[in-house]
Write a protein that binds this ligand. Structure first.
Ligand code: PLP
Length: 386
């Protein structure tokens, strides 16, 4: 008799992984001397952890420290350092007790969703979205409520959109800067959304993983506007530490103990060695600023060159390292378009269907976190290809 398979196993794939596999296969099969594959599908910095983080890890390993489990919410010194970061970057005083160290932002989502919501609850978010939000909510029996956003709101939610929801949802997820559009909620917009959430009794979850990667637009934390918001952040992007699997939540008072209990049961603690690296990364801003400067130059080049290559409808590139291109004038099948682009130009990009099931067929996402020379070469290849 076939055994039961739970609904969680029905989470859809993250299609970008298929694009990565196709780009890997093409790179492996290239004849010597052929133009290399340019990776614009990946959303992770090509740089490693900053030197200070590596040095701290080396010292910890040499010292023979046992590196056992930490407390479920993380090493106290790291939690204090993260709390200090809110003072340094946002002028906020937050007690370290509100900080929970997690296994990346990814590990923070199930903790936050389980602590804040019940199965059957409704949680709103805009499309296009980072796919795991919807897939994790669905796996937990929480209903995503999709608000279609477009260029008129820079692919971000607005209070007007939220007011049209009847009944109001139980929660709202926002991301600024967001993936895939790279757009931001401006501080006054985030403040208005947070105020609306508080007035309507809606739990705000704010994904701030791309903070630090903004260009001309200032960023603000939801923690500045609401004591009830859950802030999700990570060392993966600005801090360039994807594989270290380390992130954090800034929790409202009422969710600290529930998250602590969940964390104790679900993963005991985030990797100890990564916590040591993460704490040291806060002293590496000079090195990290070089990465941001490189993204800024690549972004400027692509914003200038892509329209001349037939990608004229680009999202405003306010932050992160993504450009969302509306390709409706070139294709209505972004999966086929990306496959052809990879085959004919050697450039991998992500089809929009990952991020927007209804409209993604005429969007694709370019990531510009790769080497600067590659980004220039990509623009030149695309101009020849159009
Ligand atoms: C918007 C957003 N949130 C969260 C994550 C997950 O990041 P991590 O688990 O590496 O911290 C990503 C990764 O690309 C992302 O783009």
């Amino acid at each position: 008799m076939p055994l039961k398979v739970g609904k969680g196993a029905a989470a859809p794939p993250f299609l970008v992984m298929d694009v990565i596999a196709a780009a890997n296969a093409r790179a492996a099969a290239l004849p010597p001397g052929a133009p290399h594959v340019i990776r614009m599908e990946v959303g992770q910095p090509g740089t490693g952890a900053p030197a200070g983080a590596i040095a701290a890890v080396a010292a910890a390993l040499r010292s023979g420290e046992p590196l056992g489990y930490t407390e479920a919410l993380g090493r106290r010194s790291l939690r204090a350092r993260i709390a200090a970061h809110y003072h340094d970057w946002y002028g906020l005083t937050v007690p370290e007790a509100r900080v929970a160290v997690t296994v990346g932002a990814s590990g923070g989502f199930p903790l936050a969703f389980l602590a804040a919501f019940d199965p059957g609850d409704r949680v709103a978010l805009t499309a296009p979205f980072y796919p795991p939000y919807v897939n994790i909510l669905t796996a937990l029996g929480i209903q995503p409520v999709i608000l279609e956003a477009g260029p008129d709101t820079r692919f971000q939610p607005s209070v007007a959109m939220l007011e049209r929801l009847d009944p109001p949802p139980d929660g709202l997820i926002v991301a600024s800067p967001c993936n895939p559009a790279g757009t931001m909620l401006h501080p006054e917009e985030l403040a208005a959304i947070a105020a609306w959430c508080d007035a309507a009794g809606v739990r705000l979850i704010s994904d701030e993983i791309y903070h630090g990667l903004n260009y001309d637009t200032p960023f603000a934390s939801a923690a500045s506007f609401s004591p009830h918001a859950v802030v999700v952040n990570s060392f993966s992007k600005y801090f360039s530490m994807t594989g270290w699997r380390i992130g954090w939540l800034l929790l409202p008072e009422d969710l600290i103990r529930p998250v602590e209990c969940l964390a104790q049961n679900l993963f005991i603690s985030a990797p100890h060695i990564s916590q040591i690296a993460a704490e040291a990364a806060f002293d590496c801003h000079a090195e990290l600023a070089d990465n941001v400067a490189r993204y800024r130059r690549s972004r400027a080049h692509l914003l200038h060159a892509l329209p001349a290559a037939g990608f004229s409808r680009l999202s405003p590139a306010e932050g992160a390292f993504y450009l969302l291109a509306d390709i409706a004038d070139r294709s209505n099948d972004s999966v086929a378009f990306c496959a052809r682009m990879l085959a004919e130009t050697g450039i991998a990009a992500t089809p929009g269907v990952d991020f927007d099931r209804a409209r993604g067929n005429h969007f694709l996402r370019f990531s510009y976190c790769g080497p600067e020379a590659d980004m220039r070469e990509a623009a030149a290849r695309l101009q020849r290809w159009q």
